[in-house]
Design a protein around this ligand. Structure first.
Ligand code: KIV
Length: 271
């Protein structure tokens, strides 16, 4: 299906309409102005300013170290690059878990200081009060269930979640709770495709999958993974569309050689 050119700006209502018409939703992460501009012009529906910035931009092993100030900086840069798509900003670890007042204050900072359109936070029942408070203040909230990377030290591994019945039942219950608390969409990360199908069919809000199979209402990938900037991360769910690591390496090697050989700059490349 081609991108719907009738729609000027993607809003949370657009996403609901896309779910009911069967148009799949495309989402990608971005952390800066230049890539955000390219992705927006390419017709992406949602840009996620993910806390995966902690991994792919800052080089940390987990998403836990990134701060609210750092997320705000990334989101401000992304928002300056977009015209059409919806921008979702991740609430970083520590900015919402302690209580709903702190969660609301963090969400308000994100909305006021970045110009982003919505926030995302991880978890189910345990963060429900915070979600209600943020939604109550008029801020659209995207949920995130399944493999929630901010809980990695509790999980102990990045393997597929909710394979056992108890965890799958909790996930289904949490998805319904998030929907009734007012979430406009839910990311389902690394769960069995059949479970994602059941959740997607039960909810009236869209599900956005990453490693959650073909039945989700949309898909999200981390830009560094799908563009092949990262080469070490090759999970089964990832489709790599480019090998930027190889292309950039060969371009930079060529540049180094051209400088060393006095081939760059030439007559035309100087004043
Ligand atoms: O931070 C992120 O990039 C995410 C995606 C993996 C959904 O939350």
């Amino acid at each position: 299906m081609s991108v719907n050119k009738q729609i000027k700006k993607v809003t949370t209502n657009t996403l609901l309409k896309m779910k009911s018409s069967g148009e799949k939703i495309s989402m990608i992460t971005a952390y800066d102005f230049s890539f955000a501009r390219i992705f927006d012009e390419a017709g992406i529906d949602i840009i996620l300013v993910g806390d995966s910035a902690s991994n792919v931009m800052a080089g940390f092993e987990t998403t836990l170290p990134i701060t609210l100030d750092q997320m705000i900086y990334h989101a401000q840069s992304v928002v300056r690059g977009i015209d059409r798509c919806l921008v979702v900003v991740d609430m970083p670890f520590g900015s919402y878990q302690s209580n709903s007042e702190i969660a609301l204050a963090s969400a308000i900072r994100i909305m006021k200081e970045t110009g982003g359109h919505s926030i995302k936070l991880e978890g189910g029942e345990e963060v429900l009060d915070s979600i209600k408070k943020i939604v109550g203040a008029g801020v659209p909230v995207m949920g995130h269930l399944g493999l929630t990377p901010q809980s990695i030290y509790q999980f102990g591994t990045y393997t597929v979640r909710a394979k056992e019945e108890v965890e799958a039942e909790k996930l289904k219950k949490d998805a319904l709770l998030l929907q009734s608390a007012g979430c406009f969409a839910i990311v389902l990360e690394k769960i069995p495709a059949l479970l994602a199908k059941q959740v997607s069919e039960t909810l009236h809000i869209p599900t956005i999958g990453i490693g959650a199979g073909m039945h989700c209402d949309g898909q999200v990938l981390v830009m560094h993974d799908m563009l092949g900037i990262n080469t070490e991360f090759k999970p089964r769910f990832l489709r790599q569309y480019l090998n930027m690591h190889e292309q950039i390496t060969s371009a930079v090697k060529q540049y180094v050689m051209d400088v060393k050989n006095r081939d760059f700059p030439n007559e035309q490349e100087q004043y």
